[in-house]
Design a protein around this ligand. Structure first.
Ligand code: SF4
Length: 320
């Protein structure tokens, strides 16, 4: 499976590994996800990036070479609502070429406003496609609405977003059932929104402040097999791996199924620039290598780190 996955990855993506950085705008959240360090029952400092701080963080990321930034925030709160996110997208789209968001499910109209402001993609993981498990681990807040979340990526594409990112949080429920459901979700969106792009990620539960233990732990071997299977079944769909995973595993999967990766990530609010990361992270990062070290490891394996594969001049304010 690994050999076939590597061959297909090279056939469809060459040797390129596209790099991006997550940027946490806020850790305010009204959600009660049992596995998350930002859940509203966690006792730690809350803050959001103010416009000047956001500009500073973006400048730091730009200086590091990043052109693709994923802006993250929790469920809607008065401190970090839609208007705050929209303003943040406007600021970011003036600095880097590709701005993506990972936030709360929105209406088609809200997604359209974000697309017009320069956002090109929406990442929204279903966490688990098992409704019973979903109800168990999403204890309160708007995220309890399984269907609203499931349907949001379609609304984002309907509104003109260029890409959506899907995923299941591996460890929450039966990983094989979630993988099959994730595959079906991706295929349904690809069939209906054939001009748009769908990418898939494989986040695995990591330690966080609340000490949540994965009820269905996924081994390195299982994770690798899932990634290989997705590459074989969806040869031209971008597959993403974050710094949740350890360096050796990331190095082994780069170009062997995986073609898009985060690097040098902070999961705190602030931490790239001068904004002090005085908050607890959403989860623990496992690969803490800096960009030069990580890119060196990629090149040693014959891979090309790519920071920019999209130009803001191509943003037409949506696909529809
Ligand atoms: S996973 Fe998202 S919605 Fe749930 S508690 Fe964490 S930040 Fe909030």
């Amino acid at each position: 499976m690994a050999r076939r996955a590597q061959h297909l990855t090279q056939q469809h993506f060459g040797r390129a590994i596209q790099l991006y950085a997550p940027l946490y705008l806020s850790n305010f959240c009204s959600g009660g996800c049992a596995y998350c360090g930002f859940a509203s029952d966690r006792q730690h400092a809350r803050r959001r990036l103010e416009p000047a701080e956001l500009a500073d963080e973006l400048a730091a990321l730009k200086a590091m070479g990043f052109e693709q930034i994923l802006l993250l925030t929790g469920e809607r709160t008065p401190q970090a609502d839609f208007d705050y996110l929209l303003a943040s997208v406007r600021v970011a789209s003036r600095v880097v070429h590709e701005v993506l968001i990972e936030a709360f499910p929105m209406s088609t109209g809200e997604y359209r406003q974000l697309a017009e402001a320069g956002c090109t993609g929406v990442t929204l993981y279903q966490e688990t496609y098992d409704p019973a498990g979903y109800a168990q681990w999403h204890r309160w807040g708007p995220k309890r609405d399984f269907a609203a979340r499931l349907e949001a990526p379609a609304r984002a594409l309907e509104a003109g977003m260029r890409t959506v990112g899907l995923g299941a949080l591996l460890g929450l429920a039966d990983p094989l059932r979630d993988a099959v459901a994730l595959y079906r979700h991706a295929r349904a969106l690809q069939a209906r929104y054939w001009r748009a792009g769908v990418s898939l990620a494989f986040p695995r539960l990591r330690p966080e402040a609340g000490g949540f233990q994965p009820p269905n732990p996924v081994s390195d071997m299982q994770l690798a097999q899932l990634i290989f299977a997705f590459r074989i079944c969806l040869p031209d769909t971008p597959l993403v791996l974050s710094t949740r995973e350890a360096p050796a595993l990331r190095d082994g999967l780069a170009g062997v199924g995986i073609n898009r990766m985060s690097v040098a990530s902070r999961t705190t609010v602030g931490g790239y620039g001068r904004a002090s990361p005085e908050t607890t992270g959403q989860f623990a990062v496992s690969d803490e290598r800096d960009i030069a070290t990580f890119c060196g490891a990629l090149r040693q394996r014959g891979l090309d780190p790519v920071f920019k594969n999209w130009d803001a001049a191509l943003n037409f304010g949506g696909l529809t």
